[in-house]
Design a protein. Structure first.
Lengths: 274, 309
């Protein structure tokens, strides 16, 4: 645990993530303005950054800083919930596959291969076309399409751990399969899972932004980093702030999750330890 | 107490995409043995000769391909492993490790006191219960392993090379602890080792195993004073002895252990045996009796009678 906080990557990344989460939670206090407040006045629309509007205003005169801060709520919660769903599915299927082997393993691994064959973004677009775009659907669909790698990872861990002597010892004591899986193998299999999940949060935020940018994710007027970006594409040459700031927020957040993920990997994988 | 009859376990060797069976590892190939109450059978042999497989068969962790295991009613088994670093779950506290068996058996009253008593029995301080395995040395971990094994009051324990990976100075302590526990609880042991050194300290009876078969079997004194099989002699020669000046027959082994996938025809030991003659590569010697309870499978000796163990 102490090693975790010696890693500069982790401290830096975690610091940025905490700032983002704080922005999301305390959005109301940080931005007294209403993210939906439209101001069509000639001096309110498409204003460049100023003291009054840190990140300027958009074509409807809404404060971009406020919308980005409120958008952090959407983006970060989509990231976490999607990864939570994929963790539940991936860990469970991977555990069953690796522990029991045989037919169950064969079936699950073929399913994983199918999932990994189809480009995720097509799968998501197709599913969203059927279910209709909404925040909830985006979370669920990203979760449902990103568990395959995790399942493989967990399976590989289970394959090696189930042969450990302490697992045999538990078997001799008469431990049930559930007890062996959840008490003996899973706690020891989690290190690579945490790394993968952390990187996964960044990935999910990126997918959400892409979907919202395409209009298939979070629906306007609810602000999300992706759809603020969409608003900006018509004004690339005149109002740069509409694209730069949401883009920077996406970049920073994904980068910080990746930094934490990589830092965790360095700490948890003894082969990489110096 | 526990008895094995013509026990066999082969592992298939599969190759290629279609998993064609290309051979078998004859890990345990027709083994008979008997261990009485409060007795220790020392099982000796080189790595890969099937000792651990035999232990796992007796514990019911593996199903034998043929042969049978006859267990006395109410026989309760457990194991102490060789590697004290891989045999304890690194994420569990010692208290959780040693009381797990009791929890599984739903004997959950006085768990704390049982755990403390176990620590006393294996001579570890009681405050060890709150620690994690990585905070202990190899010898201490082996004590924890033993505490886990005896927690549910078994009467038969497989000790799979329990001291092989320990410092020589620690070995005697662990062996003495095992002997004391045997006296206190009337335990039976299958004591597996790869040399005859530790077995001498522990066993009443010794079985020598080579490539899945028992080649010599007998009371400890007989095996150490009058070894019959050339393989036993070579093992004795390689073990340190308290009588270094005693005259010993020099038996030096040629080469390595042959592959267990396709063991040599005839006597499996003939490829390395310095005394091998015409019959050895052709006929497989049977385990035959030479004196009271002393058995050996070797063409060099003329048996008194042909009887099974």
């Amino acid at each position: 645990m102490r090693l975790v906080f010696k890693q500069k990557k982790i401290i830096f990344g975690l610091g940025l993530i905490i700032i983002m989460i704080a922005l999301a939670i305390f959005a109301k206090f940080i931005c007294p303005q209403d993210p939906y407040q439209i101001n069509l006045g000639e001096h309110e629309k498409l204003q460049p950054p100023s003291f009054e509007h840190f990140f300027g205003t958009d074509d409807l005169g809404r404060d971009v800083f406020t919308r980005i801060v409120y958008g952090a709520r959407i983006s970060i919660s989509v990231g976490f919930i999607a990864v939570l769903i994929s963790l539940l599915i991936g860990v469970l299927l991977g555990a069953v596959s690796g522990y029991y082997g045989g037919k169950a393993d064969w079936l699950i691994m073929r399913l994983v291969e199918i999932m990994l064959c189809i480009p995720t973004i097509f799968l998501i677009l197709m599913a969203l076309a059927f279910l209709g775009p909404s925040i909830r659907n985006v979370m669920i669909i990203i979760g449902l399409t990103s568990w395959a790698g995790l399942a493989r990872l967990v399976r590989a861990e289970f394959l090696t751990l189930r042969e450990r002597d302490y697992v045999l010892a538990a078997k001799i004591l008469g431990a049930s399969d559930a007890r062996i899986i959840f008490r003996h193998i899973l706690p020891n299999a989690l290190s690579p899972v945490w790394v993968n999940a952390t990187l996964g949060v960044g990935g999910a935020i990126l997918i959400e932004a892409a979907l919202s940018f395409l209009g298939l994710g979070v629906q306007i007027p609810t602000p999300s980093w992706g759809n603020i970006l969409t608003d900006g594409i018509y004004y690339v040459d005149s109002a740069w702030w509409l694209m730069i700031f949401p883009g920077l927020f996406i970049l920073t957040t994904v980068l910080s999750f990746n930094l934490v993920g990589e830092g965790l990997r360095d700490v948890l994988d003894p082969r990489l330890r110096k | 107490m526990i008895e094995a009859k013509r026990l066999k376990k082969y592992f298939p060797v599969e190759r290629g995409f279609f998993r064609r069976k290309t051979g078998e590892v004859k890990a345990v190939d027709g083994v008979d043995l008997f261990i009485g109450k409060g007795k220790t059978l020392g099982l000796v042999g080189e790595s890969g000769c099937g000792k651990t497989t035999l232990g796992k068969l007796l514990l019911g962790l593996l199903e034998p391909d043929s042969g049978e295991i006859i267990k006395e009613k109410g026989l309760k088994t457990n194991i102490v492993f060789q590697d004290p670093f891989g045999s304890l779950n690194p994420r569990m506290r010692v208290e959780q490790i040693v009381t797990e068996g009791l929890k599984i058996e739903k004997r959950i009253e006085h768990l704390k006191r049982s755990a403390e008593r176990l620590m006393d029995t294996v001579e570890l301080p009681r405050k060890s219960l709150a620690k994690y395995p990585h905070q202990f040395s190899g010898g201490e971990r082996q004590r924890i392993s033993i505490a886990r094994a005896i927690a549910t009051k078994p009467n038969f324990i497989v000790c799979d090379e329990p001291v092989s990976s320990l410092d020589v100075s620690i070995r005697v302590q662990i062996l003495t602890l095992l002997v004391n526990l045997q006296k206190e609880f009337g335990l039976s042991y299958l004591f597996i080792a790869h040399d005859l050194g530790a077995v001498r300290h522990m066993s009443s009876t010794v079985a020598v195993m080579y490539l899945g078969k028992i080649v010599e079997y007998g009371p400890k004194e007989e095996i150490y004073k009058r070894p019959l099989h050339p393989y036993t002699k070579s093992l004795l020669l390689s073990a340190p002895t308290p009588y270094p000046k005693a005259k010993k027959e020099k038996v030096l082994l040629k080469g390595d252990v042959p592959s267990a996938v396709n063991p040599p025809e005839g006597c499996r030991f003939h490829t390395r045996c310095p005394y091998a003659f015409e019959v050895c590569p052709i006929n497989e010697p049977l385990l035959m009796q030479y004196s009271t309870n002393h058995f050996c499978a070797c063409h060099l000796h003329q048996p008194k009678s042909n009887k099974n163990i």
